[in-house]
Design a protein around this ligand. Structure first.
Ligand code: PAF
Length: 292
C-alpha cells in the first residue's frame, strides 16, 4: 500500500507540492469538508488519473450561515483518513480554521449572477464562502485538475465560472452523483436522518426521476415539470420544499423552456435536515420542432 501523508499547515503542503512539481508529477485535488462517503471516494478515484492526489478536509466556517449546521457538521478525521487511504489519496491537508483564516482576514471572492438562484438564494453568503476557500485551496495546492461532484451542481458551475473569470489554471472535472441503492443521493448530512426521515428522504430522488421522465417524453414547458415534481414531494408529510427549480446547467440562469443543458435542482428539508439533489438533461428545441 502506498504511503499517505497528513499535514495541517499550508507550508507543509507547499513543500510537498514543490518537490512533486520538481519531479514533473501532475496533481489532482479533491476539496472536501470531511465525513467522507463513497461520493467523495469516487472523486478521489477519478483524481487517480494524476500522478498524485491531494484531499483537503476542512469544515469551512465562512460558507455556513448563522443558523446553519457548522457546529454540528459531522467530523471524524480517523475515519476520513481510512477512507482516503482506501481510495488511493497521497496527501491529506486538514488545517485548523486558524491556519486558513488570520484573525483579521478580510479578503473574499464573490460572484454575481450564477449565485443568485437555488442554494445561493436560500443561503446568502454561502458561495462567497465557497469561492473564497476554494480559491485559497487552489493557491495552496496549485492542482492541475480539481474534482467536484454533480450533486452540488450549482457549486460545480460556480467553480467553473470562477476559475475562468480569475484565470486560475486548474481544470475543473465534474463527477456523477453517487447514490444509495434505493436512489438517495449520498451526503454527509444523511447521517442526521432518523429511520423514518431516511425513508421519507427518498421522495426527493423519486420525484426528480418523474420530472426527468416527463422531459424525456417530450414536455417542453419546464414550469409544468416543476409543478409536478413539487406536487409529488408535497405528498410526503416529513418533507418541506426549499426550492425546486429549472435553470441552465452552465449559467444557472432560470429557464422555462426545455432547451440546452437543463439542470432541475431541488433542496428539501426532511425534518430539520436540508438535502439537495438534481438531474441534468440535454435537449435541443430545434430538433424537437423539426420532428413535430
Ligand atoms: O462541497 C464541499 O464539500 C465544499 O463546499 C467545498 C468545495 C469543500 C468547499 O468548502
Amino acid at each position: 500500500m502506498k504511503k499517505m501523508k497528513i499535514v495541517k499547515t499550508i507550508n507543509e503542503v507547499r513543500e510537498i507540492i514543490k518537490d512533486w512539481k520538481k519531479q514533473g508529477l501532475s496533481i489532482g485535488f479533491v476539496p472536501t469538508m470531511g465525513y467522507l462517503h463513497e461520493g467523495h471516494q469516487s472523486l478521489i478515484h477519478a483524481a487517480g488519473e494524476n500522478d498524485k492526489v491531494v484531499v483537503s478536509i476542512f469544515v469551512n466556517p465562512i460558507q455556513f450561515g448563522p443558523n446553519e449546521d457548522f457546529a454540528s457538521y459531522p467530523r471524524d478525521i480517523d475515519r476520513d483518513t481510512e477512507k482516503c487511504r482506501e481510495a488511493g489519496a497521497d496527501l491529506i491537508f486538514a488545517p485548523e480554521a486558524s491556519e486558513m483564516y488570520e484573525p483579521d482576514f478580510c479578503t473574499f471572492v464573490d460572484m454575481n449572477g450564477p449565485t443568485d438562484e437555488l442554494c445561493g438564494k436560500s443561503r446568502p453568503g454561502h458561495f462567497r464562502g465557497v469561492c473564497t476557500v476554494v480559491s485559497k485551496l487552489f493557491n495552496i495546492v496549485t492542482p492541475d485538475k480539481a474534482y467536484f461532484g454533480q450533486k452540488d451542481a450549482q457549486q460545480l458551475a460556480v467553480i467553473r465560472i470562477m476559475t475562468r473569470d480569475l484565470s486560475i489554471g486548474t481544470e475543473i472535472v465534474g463527477c456523477p452523483i453517487i447514490r444509495e441503492e434505493d436512489g438517495l443521493a449520498k451526503s454527509s448530512r444523511n447521517t442526521y436522518l432518523n429511520p423514518n426521515e431516511r425513508k421519507a428522504a427518498l421522495v426527493i430522488s423519486r420525484s426528480l426521476n418523474e420530472g426527468r421522465k416527463i422531459i424525456e417524453s417530450g414536455e417542453i414547458d419546464l414550469n409544468k415539470v416543476i409543478v409536478k415534481v413539487k406536487s409529488l414531494i408535497e405528498k410526503e408529510p416529513l418533507a418541506k420544499i426549499d426550492y425546486v427549480k429549472a435553470v441552465n446547467a452552465d449559467s444557472i440562469k432560470p429557464i422555462d423552456k426545455a432547451d440546452g443543458r437543463i439542470l432541475v435542482a431541488a433542496a428539501v428539508y426532511i425534518g430539520k435536515t436540508r438535502l439537495i439533489d438534481n438531474f441534468i438533461i440535454e435537449r435541443n428545441a430545434a430538433d424537437d420542432s423539426n420532428n413535430a
